[in-house]
Design a binder for this molecule. Sequence first.
Ligand code: NAI
Length: 212
Amino acid sequence: MGKRYKNISMAVIRRLPRYHRYLKDLIDKEIYRISSKELSNIMGFTASQIRQDFNNFGGFGQQGYGYNVEELYGEIQKILGLNNDYNCIIIGAGNLGQAVANYTDFEKAGFYIRALFDSNPKLIDMKIRDINIYDIDKLEEYVESNKVDIGIICTPREAAQDVANTLVKLGVPAIWNFAPVDLDVPEEVIVENVHLSDSILTLSYLLSNSQL
Ligand code: NAI
């Protein structure tokens, strides 16, 4: 585990992946030094916003030099916990569960999908890449004998809360929830929702209200 930060606002935390992505792009373009003004131009945040964000973690720029892109990228990786590997399991091996399991870039960032679980007998013992789909009845046994950091819920909404309850009971500390339901879990369990349908409804609103 790296350094732990407390009392950082969710707004700042939600901007970190964006810094991470832009800095990676700069490194890919072999740009190793950037002023706060240039960084603010490409990111669409003000220079002062960027400084304030980084000050939450001790500040990284140097007056008159700007930012060392590789150093900053490395720091943001550490802050995001990307210097760790995470063991992940997917519950619900349907369209979405299989798509997530097939997406190999998560592994490059340290998120390893170790197993899928489903209640449909037709799917049991099938493999996605080389990852096995187990019967949901085997979930408890699996989590008891393997370290699981993240449970990824890709079941229909009706099953999602029960699945979350089981993951919580088994001590899985974090849930990445794709089911369109707000899960009720104890405070110490971390839940990150990906409500794709909320996002497309927002798009629909913007489209319906734009002056085409
Ligand atoms: P799907 O029907 O293809 O897959 C769901 C899988 O969950 C099935 O294989 C089913 O057997 C399994 N399942 C049902 N109850 C279970 C239980 N109690 N334990 C273990 N497995 C169980 O559905 P799809 O399209 O993959 O969607 C999954 C979830 O993701 C849904 O909640 C859906 O609303 C949400 N979602 C899907 C999107 C997509 O692009 N496919 C987009 C946005 C949200």
